[in-house]
Design a protein around this ligand. Sequence first.
Ligand code: ADP
Ligand code: ZN
Length: 790
Amino acid sequence: MIARVTLEIALRKEFDYAIPPELATRVDVGSRVQVPFGPRKVLGVVTAVAEESAHARLKPILKVIGAQTLVTPRVLQLARWIADYYCCAPEIALKSVLPEAVRQEEAGWRERLFVRALPVNGEFPKLPKRQLEVWHIIEERREILLTELLALAETTTSTVRRLEDRGLVALTNEISERDPYAQEHILPSQPLVLNARQAEALKRIMTAMASGADERSSREDGRRKPSTTFLLHGVTGSGKTEIYLQAIAHTLEQGKGAIVLVPEISLTPQTVERFKARFSSGKLQTLVAVLHSHLSAGERHDEWHKIRQGRARIVIGARSAIFAPVEPLGLVIVDEEHEHTYKQEEAPRYHARDVAIVRAQMEGAVVVLGSATPSLESYHNCKQGKYTLLELPERVDDQKLPYVRVVDMRQAARGGKGPPIFSPQLKEAITQRLERGEQTILFLNRRGYSTALECTQCGYVANCPNCSLTLTYHRPEQKLRCHLCGYLEPVPAVCPNEKCRNPQIRYSGLGTQKVEDVLGKLFPQARVKRMDADVMKRKEDYRKVLGDFRASKIDILIGTQMIAKGLHFPNVTLVGIIFADMALHQPDFRAGERTFQLLTQVAGRAGRGEVEGEVFVQAFTPFHPAIQFARRHDFVGFYEQEIEFREQLKYPPAARVALLTLKGRNEEKVKFSAAHVRRELDQLVVEKEEQDKRKKGAGASPMASGEKAPLLLSSAGPQPATSTAGFRDLIIAGPAPAPLLRAETFYRYQLMLRTRAMSRLSRALTFITAGLSLPEDVALTVDIDPVSLA
Ligand code: ADP
Ligand code: ZN
């Protein structure tokens, strides 16, 4: 028997290896193996097993990693789709479906020494006092970790070994599972009685689950596949999570498992606890595995294997948890589905929400996307009948949404020396809260003190030498810092311009440090804390500040987007958004959508308790639709006006985008290469007449729509004919300098392609980019469905 192996070194090729007889029972599709490659030993995944190979004299597989196949056939299929759709090498797609700790052979189960008491045969020996004490402890516990025993009994290993010599105890190496949540005490929770809206939503989801099985068997008779993707649109506190919990319970009853995706930042202990609490007892009891980046490699290894072994049937995690080997899979939940962190910003550049939908389709599972501010894409899919919309328009506790006031900062700036940080209205509101002993959250999505250092005489601005960005002033360290590449330099005392040397260089722009500073001057009696990436270095910092805030040891919390999500503090009755239009004028067609989402979410932090909340939104363009619709909590209104603009300009969801970025250190070369790529892409645009002509002619394009695409993992690769198939609706823009022309010393030029037929375009792009010859120091990246255009 031979095995076909995809190696981890990206070669876009597969290699055949012989399966030695002693490994025959352990090698299967999905096994991770170590094989010889030239003089090296490399790791790879078996993608096929066959009787024979076209090649003679195959080298043997050296080693199999893991007791079970690590990549299940279904996840392998998903990896193939990712390579195909996101235009990346199959090796890279495969690499991303397993956590590093599982892929590497070193990280394994942790074996630790346990001490066990043995039954005493015959007469109990006479022991020295110390040994007897230790023995009593062991006997009482029956079994105890050696390290724990040594600490508890204040003894040494040699004392324990002496007990072992007497045959009283045994020391054995055993697997000790790492449980990242071992310290938490979790009380079981019971399902709540749903309100009418929740019950209706759950019923629809359960119906889809029930029809999942029948539907698959009847698909042959050409019936249209019923929608199995739901968009649960409900404000925070409307009871979405309770629906997730009950839908999961239903999945477990059907003997299936569930994956719950949440953005990394909301993966707090409280969130995890809610899921663990519901499934910690009763007949649906199961382990809930957690996968996220704060776990140690060992913890991640153990959590993953609990899933693979079927002991954990619920997985909760960030983006990459969508690849968890849950089998059979009944339900996928994507909470806060509009979040951009679901998109991976390095190859494979997949979007976990979209991968979730594809995976669920492959496995007959149901998907529930949840959000208070859905992405335009998902809401549009509902309007098109592709997804089913479920709405929860009110909070469970009937609480009113906070009252939002927009403050026109142009007015506040009049007459003074530039705009103030706090409008008189916001200042007044903060004063009231301090008097009443209520809490305030102030939001500004920019850290640092000020955003630019400028010379008022010669116009010098301190820029990063590596990026086309101004440096941000950080006051505590007296340093200028680049927020992109981390470049750091001391603050100059005089203008660095040789000819100028003006001592009066000033800082302009605004960051959270300055808000904290000014606030301290305005309200010296207030207890203020700042929460941003500069002060929150470890996860304990985050917990500590939130704990103090909850305990009312802090009056005012200032923060960046870190505080925008999921936090629930009943005593917060005021939210101030310092500079609401900050993100509005960025060169990105999603700037309005992003602003709307952020404002809505931050505003939702106010009034979660008895007292009604109030929100002040300070803006320089107060009548911008994104701000006005957020003020009225009107998602549908925002959608209606925004979709019109997207349709006119053929931006998503009216079309899909592929963003090609060329980067290199020599700007001329990058520019030249981008122009070359443009010429290659132009062949994709086929004039209509020519298209018709070609259709009539013999040997029409073999890539007619509907034809199955070759899978990239098969050695065949895409067919040359792909490149000549025309795209009627293709729009190619660029090359143009990227909005951030220079980043980390690289110049960047971009091309943007828009079409509805993205799967076809992906295939064409894979083919075209494979045939490109670019200078060695110019790199091309392809980003399908990008979420950021910078
Ligand atoms: P969301 O996920 O939409 O923010 P949650 O599911 O967290 O909403 O619900 C908000 C709060 O209301 C939670 O404390 C939850 O326990 C409670 N809750 C949810 N559904 C019900 C219900 N049907 N009856 C009573 N309380 C509920
Ligand atoms: Zn920089």
